[in-house]
Write a protein that binds this ligand. Structure first.
Ligand code: SF4
Ligand code: SF4
Length: 444
């Protein structure tokens, strides 16, 4: 729905009115000065591949995307982009405008021209660079700026899905594929202008995306924990990044009231099939104060899901997962401007039935590749909205901070110590409760 005339809107502003969202000097998630850099070995999909999550996850990890014929096809296209991530710039730098804002607007317009959904620019803090690659070799932080792209996974298809059925990973790869296409093109273009640039996509990335998505003013970190949420496309996106040494004007983080909204809404936690999203408060994790999910549980569920391929049910069920109709914009406006309405809006989403599968929109075939043969899967996740959630009695989550991560070059399995993880979570919860009590006392 058009709320304004597109013809008068400059291309660098994009299709969503991000300029109407409040800008703030710091991210709404507290990030301390002591965020440690982590190796790629810390990534739980890498840990699953090396056996840290057990034999079943290790066996399923190489096929969990490729078992869906459609996801496999897009994965192969992404792989074809791998040689285009890095490259040498031309010897001579192009005569570009000195004005850094003009430069930034040029690259944003270019990304929108190439079909990105939301674009922002930030400086790259050192902690956003992985410390070591998958071989255990050190990664040098090399570029100061990041152009960050969000690519929508597609509202209508997610509307039809349960979030963890046989389209799930294909939805992710739709966004990964477009993001890779755009990021590799923009990086190559910058190199043709004589500046260094590198694309970072889901197949190959030397940077962590979540802090950059926040710093570039594209979203706030949500209760889902590993997911940043944009006011207009919600959590329904994947990000791609281009880092460069070409100086550009940067954006500020945004604040649309999500921290308060998520404190009053538990929908993702209620609907997570493996109970990995916290119902409780934020904790400190590797220098971030955040709602921290149990990533080991989530990854194991996604990788070994036998009734679908992957999982994105938390994205599907979030009240911010909307398609931009005028009624949705009105609810978004209320969510941003009227904090007292937030609890009601979270409940209203359930009452209106958002989160049910809308089978009018189902178009894909449920198919699975087993031993190079395409078969009809034995089962399909057909979850529906849980309108009467019970309060969780005792949610047991694991926390795996930096000091529990295996060495960057370790190739053999380093099994996740679940007992220790749960103990670390309890300690972090207690520390947080103590800190809040001290702050409350000081405020009296
Ligand atoms: S992706 Fe699925 S398993 Fe993981 S947190 Fe979201 S709903 Fe839970
Ligand atoms: S479902 Fe609710 S609590 Fe979860 S991320 Fe969305 S708004 Fe936040």
């Amino acid at each position: 729905m058009k709320l304004f005339s597109r013809r008068k809107r400059k291309l660098h502003m994009g299709k969503y009115p991000m300029e109407k969202i409040k800008r703030v000097p710091k991210t709404t998630t507290f990030i301390s000065d002591e965020v440690p850099r982590v190796p790629k070995r810390a990534n739980f999909f890498n840990r699953a591949a090396l056996g840290d999550l057990g034999a079943k996850a290790k066996r399923e990890r190489p096929r969990f995307v490729g078992k869906l014929p459609f996801a496999r096809s897009m994965g192969k296209v992404c792989q074809a982009h791998l040689p285009r991530h890095k490259g040498e710039p031309l010897d001579t730098q192009a005569p570009l405008p000195d004005d850094l804002t003009e430069r930034a607007e040029h690259f944003k317009a270019l990304a929108y021209f190439l079909n990105a959904d939301v674009v922002g620019i930030c400086e790259v803090p050192e902690y956003a660079w992985y410390s070591h690659d998958t071989n255990g070799d050190e990664i040098e932080p090399r570029h100061k700026y990041a152009i960050v792209l969000l690519i929508d996974q597609g509202f209508e298809t997610l509307d039809a899905a349960s979030g963890d059925d046989w389209i799930s990973n294909a939805q992710s790869f739709r966004a990964y594929m477009w993001g890779s296409n755009i990021a590799c093109t923009v990086a190559e273009y910058i190199r043709q202008l004589g500046y260094e640039a590198q694309a970072h996509t889901n197949l190959e990335s030397d940077v962590l995306h979540n802090p950059l998505v926040m710093l570039a003013g594209l979203g706030e970190l949500s209760r889902i924990g590993e997911v940043v949420l944009n006011p207009f496309i919600g959590p329904r996106f994947k990000s791609s990044v281009i880092t460069t040494n070409l100086p550009l004007a940067t954006d500020q983080p945004i604040d649309f009231g999500l921290q308060d909204f998520c404190s009053k809404c538990m929908k993702c936690a209620v609907e997570c099939p493996c109970n990995a999203i916290p119902f409780g408060d934020k904790v400190m994790f590797n220098g971030y104060e955040m709602w921290k999910p149990d990533v080991a549980k989530c990854t194991a569920y996604r990788v070994t899901n036998s009734k679908g391929g992957g999982c994105g049910r938390c994205l599907k069920m979030c009240p911010f997962n909307k398609e931009g109709l005028i009624s949705h914009r009105a609810a978004l406006w209320a969510a941003i401007k009227l904090p007292f309405m937030r609890r009601f809006l979270a409940r209203l989403d359930d009452w209106l039935g958002y989160g049910k599968r809308n089978l009018v929109k189902k178009w894909w075939w449920d198919l699975e590749i087993v031993d190079r043969k395409v078969t009809v899967p034995e089962s399909v996740n057909k979850r529906e909205l849980n309108k009467n959630p019970e309060e969780p009695s005792a949610q047991r989550l694991g926390l795996y901070p930096k000091d529990t991560i295996p060495d960057p070059d370790r190739r053999e399995a380093a099994p996740v110590d679940r007992k220790e993880g749960m103990q670390r979570y309890e300690e972090a919860r207690q520390e947080n409760a103590n800190r809040v009590a001290v702050e409350k006392e000081a405020a009296k």
